[in-house]
Design a binder for this molecule. Structure first.
Ligand code: HEC
Ligand code: HEC
Length: 349
């Protein structure tokens, strides 16, 4: 950290001198002493403005950089869209692709696309996506042919990315499609034929259904963030709106209330329950008896409240699952746990 800071300071100070002086200061520094001589006289006055070397009409907003040229933009703008937009002129056959593949790809991806060692498998795996260990390949998984062209052109061979010509890339793409039985051995790939090749898994890609990804971005007159209210929470909470009064539940009624939990309002144990116990007992995860479910609570309640409390404080484990001591919240007092147990039992009769 210290080294970095002093280096940065050195750099900033150096900028006030000309480039020539900068080189001078450098050698002076290392050969004579370590401290920076801020009073050093510039050895030449001609180049005192470090920006003078630049074409000022090309200097951007912050005083450095220059607009990208057409050629520079073209170098970056190589993406191919699913509809084929961006594909260059040219073409390549499966036959040509076979030679190129043997030469440039097989040593890593295998002669038949089976993958050498741990290098990616490029072919096969169709129908395996629902298995425990799916084989995801171009043929079994990828939705668009255009991605294959784009990927190979952009990134392969692994050690020489962007070294392939458009014709070579067309031929290699055609050959990888052939290895996946998606085209015949006389197939020739070009801008037009690429759209004809349908990938088998394309239909299984669906738009992300989560509501937050569909929001339109707002750039002006946006809603006040403070006015946005979060309406749902991760931990399922028991229904607090029930009007069933504390202790008035009868065994006969409780069956009907199994799903929609009726809870005694303002019970002294409710808050503790909600905050600490409902994580498991609210929905019945990991074998925890669900609060409000009389059929799983009745046999437990029959053990007597004392046993329930003891087990809740010390923890209990059975085939059903494991209840950690105090639900894992050691900071709770015995009294708080006792109240929560009473609340849970009453809400589950
Ligand atoms: C030196 C080894 C090597 C060579 C040679 C090589 N690749 Fe690859 N290839 C890789 C590696 C490693 C990856 C995975 C890269 C990653 O995930 O970032 C890969 C990924 C791929 C993928 C994507 C696979 C997937 O399902 O994600 C394709 C397609 C591909 N290569 C095609 C080719 C083609 C065509 C050639 C020949 C022009 C080639 N590769 C040459 C190592 C190689
Ligand atoms: C990590 C999940 C988890 C949390 C958190 C949790 N419990 Fe449990 N609880 C369980 C499981 C699982 C069981 C069933 C254990 C068994 O029967 O072996 C259980 C059982 C119980 C029982 C019944 C004991 C018996 O003898 O039948 C009570 C009472 C209880 N928990 C109270 C609480 C209280 C009070 C809290 C909050 C302080 C709490 N639990 C938090 C998982 C949890």
């Amino acid at each position: 950290m210290y080294k970095f800071r002093s280096l940065a300071r050195w750099f900033v100070l150096s900028l006030t001198f000309s480039l020539l002086v900068l080189t001078g200061a450098c050698s002076q520094d290392s050969s004579q002493n370590a401290s920076l001589d801020e009073t050093a006289e510039p050895q030449t006055t001609e180049q005192s403005d470090p920006l003078a070397a630049y074409d000022s009409s090309r200097i951007g907003h912050y005083g450095y950089g220059s607009p990208a040229s057409e050629a520079q933009i073209a170098g970056w703008d190589i993406d191919i869209r699913p509809d084929g937009k961006g594909l260059p002129d040219g073409s390549g056959s499966v036959e040509d692709g076979e030679y190129l593949y043997e030469d440039k790809c097989a040593q890593c991806h295998g002669t038949f696309g089976e993958g050498e060692g741990r290098f990616p498998v490029l072919a096969g795996g169709q129908g395996s996506l629902e298995e425990a260990r799916p084989t995801k390949t171009v043929g079994s998984y990828w939705p668009y042919t255009s991605t294959l062209y784009d990927y190979i052109y952009r990134a392969m061979p692994f050690t020489q990315p962007e070294s392939l010509s458009p014709d070579e890339t067309y031929a290699l793409t055609a050959y990888v499609l052939y290895l996946n039985d998606l085209v015949g051995d006389d197939f020739v790939l070009n801008r037009e034929t690429l759209a004809d090749v349908q990938m088998p898994n394309a239909g299984n890609f669906v738009p992300d259904p989560r509501p937050d990804v569909a929001n339109e971005r707002c750039m002006e007159n946006c809603r006040d963030p403070k006015a946005i209210v979060i309406l749902s929470e991760a931990a399922p909470a028991v229904d607090e709106t029930s009007d069933r009064a504390s202790g008035s539940g009868e065994a006969g009624n409780s069956q009907a209330n199994m799903e929609v939990t009726a809870t005694p309002a303002n019970h002294p144990g409710q808050e503790t329950y909600q905050q600490y116990c409902s994580i498991c007992h609210g929905s019945g995860v990991a074998g925890a008896p669900k609060v409000g479910d009389a059929s799983s609570w009745t046999p437990r309640i029959e053990q007597g409240l004392e046993t329930l409390v003891t087990n809740a404080i010390s923890g209990i484990s059975s085939n059903a699952g494991t209840m950690p001591p105090k639900g894992g919240f050691a900071q709770l007092s015995d009294e708080e746990v006792t109240k929560a147990v009473k609340y849970m039992a009453e809400a589950s009769q």
